[in-house]
Design a protein around this ligand. Structure first.
Ligand SMILES: [Fe+2]
Length: 254
């Protein structure tokens, strides 16, 4: 459980390495679910805490992020919000890039972040501040580029990087340790990576702020000359070349 300015975030480890989330404010039972890939786990907590589930927010429609939607919607009658043209029939309301949304007590903004899929989007709760970054930005890493182009993923990561540096990141997969080990291979001198490897297992929730993730995440430091050197570039590469090279190398690790 994580709290910030009266908002409570429940991070639910589901399936092999996914995260679903439930959020509520401490002054109300109204709740939102994000990427509910496991209806049983989400509904168990909803019932345990007496939550009034108002809506489900979907970052993208890969099965592990949406396979609980049908059952939860049928049980609670909640609204389902997701990307436009995602081809997922459970979505009741799609949201455009940079759209402000209000559901009950919650206000948030959607940001279109294509790259992992053509219609990935993230949800920004500026008042706290925090984001649900789906499979676009992962802690110490980034999602694979399945449907979009490297350019799109670059733009999406740049958009996230420009947010308030105090923003907490809640991502769609728990690949933190793998990502840290990958980053360590590139930056064996980076003491911050060792610290994270030591501490993340004993923490009850997997999140960091954007400014802390920048210290260990090569996908957020495409312009870092030390990284260029580690990747073997002889001349100053473009950010896109760096992203491409990082992606190729990271994909080889699963
Ligand atoms: Fe995905």
């Amino acid at each position: 459980m994580f709290t910030a300015n009266g908002l409570i975030v429940y991070q639910l480890p589901i399936l092999e390495d996914n995260f679903s989330y439930l959020i509520k404010q401490d002054r109300s039972n109204e709740a939102l679910a994000i990427d509910p890939g496991d209806a049983d786990k989400v509904m168990k907590l909803v019932e345990e805490k007496g939550m009034d589930l108002k809506a489900i927010l979907i970052t993208h429609v890969h099965a592990k992020h949406v396979q609980g939607v049908h059952e939860i919607k049928a049980k609670t009658g909640c609204l389902v919000i997701g990307p436009p043209n995602a081809g997922f029939e459970e979505i009741d309301q799609d949201v455009a890039d940079d759209e402000e949304c209000s559901i009950g007590l919650f206000s948030f903004q959607t940001l279109s972040t294509p790259g992992h899929t053509k219609d990935s989007q993230i949800y920004l709760f500026e008042d706290f501040p925090l984001i649900f970054s789906g499979d676009t930005l992962l802690l110490a890493g980034a999602g694979r580029i399945f449907e979009g182009s490297t350019q799109q993923m670059y733009n999406s990561l740049k958009k996230i990087r420009s947010l308030n540096q105090k923003t907490h990141i809640f991502c769609g997969h728990n690949s933190y340790e793998k990502n840290l080990l990958f980053a360590l291979g590139l930056e064996p001198e980076n003491e911050e990576i060792y610290k994270r490897l030591e501490t993340h297992r004993i923490r009850s929730i997997t999140t960091t702020t954007l400014q802390d993730d920048l210290l260990v995440n090569p996908f957020l430091r495409l312009d870092d000359p030390k990284l260029h050197h580690a990747l073997g570039f002889k001349h100053k590469p473009s950010d896109l070349q760096v992203l491409e090279e990082l992606r190729i190398r990271r994909n080889q690790l699963s």
